[in-house]
Design a protein around this ligand. Sequence first.
Ligand code: IPM
Ligand code: MG
Length: 408
Amino acid sequence: MAAAVQANLSRPFETLILGSRRLVHPWRSARIRCSAAASPRRSYSITLLPGDGIGPEVVSVAKDVLSLVGSLQGIEFRFREVPVGGAALDSTGVPLPDETLAAAKESDAVLLGAIGGYKWDANEKHLKPETGLLQLRAGLGVFANLRPATVLPQLVDSSTLKKEVAEGVDIMVVRELTGGIYFGKPRGFGSNDRGEDIGFNTEVYSASEIDRIARVAFEVARKRHGKLCSVDKANVLEASMLWRKRVNGLASEFPDVELSHMYVDNAAMQLIRNPKQFDTIVTNNIFGDILSDEASMLTGSIGMLPSASIGDLGPGLFEPIHGSAPDIAGQDKANPLATVLSAAMLLRYGLGEEEAAKRIEAAVINTLNRGFRTGDIFSGGTTLVGCKQMGEEVLRSVEAGKQVAALH
Ligand code: IPM
Ligand code: MG
């Protein structure tokens, strides 16, 4: 009976990422095979970037969960903690020290907490914590950012939308992460011909940048429910016109995927009006930034949502979608589940350790089923806990999952 419950409870997270089938990453498989084949007792190096605000609290929980699951699965993790963001600014004077990028590149996967805080808000651009994060993404070449937004039955009441609108929502936003207006040149400050100050940026995409993110998105959609909606602003922007043309050009390679296009303003509206119409969304860097925050709110709390950023080669970067929440930092109030679930994505997408990933996801569901909630997802009749206790409960659920598995 307990085993049946466990099996059922782990399902939402399988569908969270992939629908019912597992995603095979053609662009990652070589690396995964190498590390898995090296020794029967697998060993991986993980770079931990706790960062700022609540980052250290949530990363510490995820680290403990990874260690426990690793010990149950015969996997050894070697952790190395290095500074990024405001923490790095304070200790080294730059938001992404060379040593941090080097450590990240050398490892098998990178787990990041969050960056930023009031203290550094007024810094010049090259000394902002956010600049460190962008440099890290670019340095690792992680162009594909997978951001799932799934409404869990346990948390449907946390959504601000009506239950019938929110229930069953299961969306994957595939955001382009290393191009577009975030990185485009020219950019800067100057003055116009009237001598007035101006600030300017460039939204630019090359055909190959569009093709590679679109291919990832088609693959993801194919392994989920076979629907891909490409979001752009092709009625106004040239970069979007090329985007739409290239995405259309790839469609014939994926005849099993139903492709549609939507302008970003309409997509923002449709996400609230009828989110269940979406399966997989692919979009550029800035629209993806905005729409993934919007999609996350359908689920009730941004504190629950993980993300994976993956490139062609090298380690992936795994981080919760939420920010550093300086208002609650150090108060043991943060929800660590988004980071714990990011660790599960790290295992699945970064290391190919599917079983270990499922173990974590099942433990999170089990913890929610036992009624534990941090403040952001609290509702009447549940038990309010802090970040640390939530972590302890997840560890307990991992242990309980082990016993359930042993019964079988
Ligand atoms: C995100 C964040 C970042 C972004 C910031 C912190 C630079 O909002 O990961 O969504 O804009 O990409
Ligand atoms: Mg954002």
